[in-house]
Design a protein around this ligand. Structure first.
Ligand SMILES: [Zn+2]
Length: 287
């Protein structure tokens, strides 16, 4: 989510106030809606590019919004060449009256074969409609009481609760790993059973980790690869633990619990009172 936030800010700076002159669908499977038509935004002024969860919202001044989801391999980039058949191309937006330093054409691409990235044209408030309906609130918009109420009502492991987009939106595997580490909480702790102090630590770690990641993303000029994002736990299996906050190395190493689709990273010394977590399944192939 921080990478999408920073990208929305870059796009707003490059495009706010410009007029959409053309919306060009290159791969027609990339448009997920048919009513209203996406080119109903042609002639309208782009007000801003905003974020909700991991969606970008290109908000036009005629009540129309283009909602874009990049998924894993999608990118939305300036497209000075405007070639006829761009590689992996899904859709292109061309603007008039672009602010100084902005780029008039932007191209949505998706690498790989998943074909999940796409565009939804939505009239009215986009957060209350497909594809964003049912998403939980952005945790960074909540106060501690609201955060505690939402997280604490789930009798499930914290790592899973943080990653469930219907509970709080915008946190992926990496942020869940980093947040739980900075909070000093076990990824397997039951969300409904943590103490008031632990909930406060979780809330503060969420704000701090997201803010630091967003600051880092603002230094870049595009959405980078997730492996390039700085982290203390995520993707650091077996490395010396750098320690929570600015404390310095704790002497332990980064441990993992492997699942088929993701890995939980944690520091036993600082998160589980030294206990090494095992997963519940007996076979690696059943996970
Ligand atoms: Zn540690």
């Amino acid at each position: 989510m921080p990478e999408v936030q920073a990208h929305c800010e870059r796009m707003t700076q490059a495009l706010a106030g410009a007029t959409l002159s053309k919306f060009q669908l290159i791969n027609f499977a990339g448009l997920k809606t048919f009513d209203p038509p996406a080119d109903a935004a042609v002639g309208a002024t782009l007000l801003a590019v905003e974020r909700h969860a991991k969606y970008l919202m290109l908000r036009f001044d005629n009540d129309l919004t283009h909602v874009v989801h990049l998924m894993q391999g999608g990118r939305l980039r300036p497209d000075p060449k405007q070639s006829k058949k761009p590689r992996n191309g899904i859709a292109r937006w061309v603007f008039d009256d672009v602010p100084d330093g902005g780029t008039e054409a932007w191209l949505l691409t998706e690498a790989g074969t998943e074909r999940k990235a796409g565009v939804w044209a939505v009239r009215g408030e986009p957060r209350e409609q497909d594809p964003m309906i049912g998403l939980g609130p952005d945790p960074t918009t909540l106060d501690l009481d609201a955060f505690a109420a939402i997280i604490g009502e789930h009798s499930r492991r914290l790592h899973g609760v943080l990653r469930t987009q219907g509970i709080v939106s915008g946190l992926g595997r990496m942020l869940a790993n980093e947040i739980l580490f900075e909070a000093g909480l076990s990824p397997f702790a039951n969300a409904s059973k943590i103490s008031v102090d632990e909930m406060r630590a979780l809330y503060e770690a969420t704000l701090q980790v997201v803010a630091a990641a967003t600051e880092q993303e603002r230094t870049l000029d595009d959405i980078g690869k997730s492996v390039d994002r700085p982290s203390k736990m995520h993707n650091h299996s077996g490395d010396p633990c750098p320690g929570r906050g600015g404390a310095g190395p704790c002497g332990d190493t980064v441990h993992t619990v492997e699942y088929r689709r993701y890995t939980v990273y944690y520091c036993p010394t600082e998160q589980t009172r030294g206990k090494v977590l095992a997963d519940n399944t007996t076979s690696k192939f059943l996970k």
